[in-house]
Design a protein. Structure first.
Length: 146
């Protein structure tokens, strides 16, 4: 990738663009990093208000770390076989007690075939567990497309 032909690297921004949102609404895995932790693959949703949301159990390590230091980032990359592309969102993360089960149900429908009885049972089990929403409020958005 020595040539700059075809590359599009946008300067840092504080908000997601419509192109970013279109990309982030695909069923791709993101890699979440909270302060002091290594990245973890996660399901996520790019919300209409420009935030990034995910769900987790309230006593998860990422929640405990976010309570101590509310910085987080999410990186999402195009899968192998597609042209290179990624979007990175970094900012303050809030821990929201409401809406996590609805988010889990939406994301399960996006990532899984819920017509599969095993996946439907997996979702049912998730919905029985207490959940919170982690919401990343973008402060820096970076992107790359080749």
């Amino acid at each position: 990738m020595g040539s700059s032909a075809g590359k599009r690297l946008n300067r840092d921004m504080t908000a997601l663009t419509s192109d970013d949102l279109e990309f982030l609404r695909r069923p791709l895995h993101g890699f979440l990093t909270v302060a002091g932790a290594e990245p973890r693959p996660v399901w996520f949703e790019a919300a209409g208000d420009g935030t990034i949301q995910l769900f987790t159990e309230p006593d998860a390590l990422k929640v405990r770390r976010a309570r101590r230091d509310p910085r987080a980032s999410l990186v999402v990359a195009a899968p192998v076989g597609e042209r290179e592309r990624w979007v990175s969102v970094a900012g303050r993360v809030s821990i929201e007690p409401d809406g996590a089960r609805d988010l889990a149900a939406r994301l399960a429908a996006r990532y899984w075939d819920l017509g599969d009885p095993a996946r439907a049972a997996d979702l049912e089990a998730i919905l029985k567990i207490d959940q919170v929403r982690l919401v990343i409020h973008p402060e820096t958005v970076r992107r790359y497309a080749y």
